[in-house]
Write a protein that binds this ligand. Structure first.
Ligand SMILES: [Zn+2]
Length: 232
């Protein structure tokens, strides 16, 4: 049977990546702990960005620290993508991460990617109906709050804006907002000009890591009521 000879499909790799500036600052070690953890989580999922990071690390930390990020070619990521077109995920750590379809999603918690397993995590707390969150403890003097959110299938995070940057990496499941669909490993970075309402997909809970600088501007009454509880 020809169909039986096909290799099993490789896990999909992310389609939303940190931009070149963010990735190069991560390589140079100049990001604050919050966004650095979000980028590190993306790297656990993304062979393309890991490849780019290794290329920069080969240049040497001293060289990276002596150059402005703009010194790196604007098309560096695109050229890497082209080289790796069709590449298979070379990291089997994430294979089998998803539970079988007949097991309730995220119950128990999925295996966290390595970057998160090394963190000090607070207990899960109620945030709003269908949403729970747990703090990821980072240096508070750097201005970022970092949380893991579990959003039940089909639920929305309240419509909100930002007073500073918000960095997100999906750890399990998927959500959609005005910028598209974000699945496992996908990363988003939005600034203070953006209002959005991420919506978990209907076929499973969404677990995502979020680092926020400054307080959110939450538009819904419910969101404003729970905001003090979660400290965002
Ligand atoms: Zn990537």
């Amino acid at each position: 049977m020809i169909a039986a000879m096909r290799p099993p499909p490789s896990p999909p790799h992310p389609t939303h990546h940190p931009d070149v500036d963010l990735l190069s600052r991560h390589a140079a070690g100049t990001l604050a702990d919050g966004p650095a953890l979000v980028v590190a989580t993306h790297l656990d999922f993304c062979p393309i960005c890991r490849h780019q990071m290794r290329a920069w690390e080969a240049l040497g930390g001293a060289l990276l620290n002596s150059q402005r990020p703009v010194a790196l070619a604007d098309d560096a990521l695109e050229r890497t993508l082209a080289r790796l077109d069709g590449a298979q995920l070379d990291d089997a750590r994430l294979e089998g991460k998803r539970p079988p379809a007949d097991v309730p999603a995220l119950d128990p918690d999925p295996v966290l990617p390595p970057a998160l397993r090394r963190q000090r995590l607070g207990p899960w707390r109620f945030v709003a109906p269908g949403i729970r969150g747990r703090a990821v403890r980072v240096d508070p003097t750097q201005g970022y709050k970092v949380m893991l959110f579990r959003v039940a299938a089909g639920m929305a995070i309240p419509m909100h804006g930002h007073r500073g940057q918000e960095y997100t990496c999906v750890v399990d499941g998927a959500f959609s907002d005005v910028f598209g669909r974000f699945g496992s490993g996908d990363m988003a970075a939005v600034d203070a000009s953006v209002d959005h309402q991420p919506l978990a997909e209907p076929d499973g809970d969404c677990l995502c890591l979020i680092a926020v600088r400054g307080r959110l501007r939450i538009h819904s009454l419910l969101g404003r009521l729970v905001q003090p509880l979660v400290g965002l």
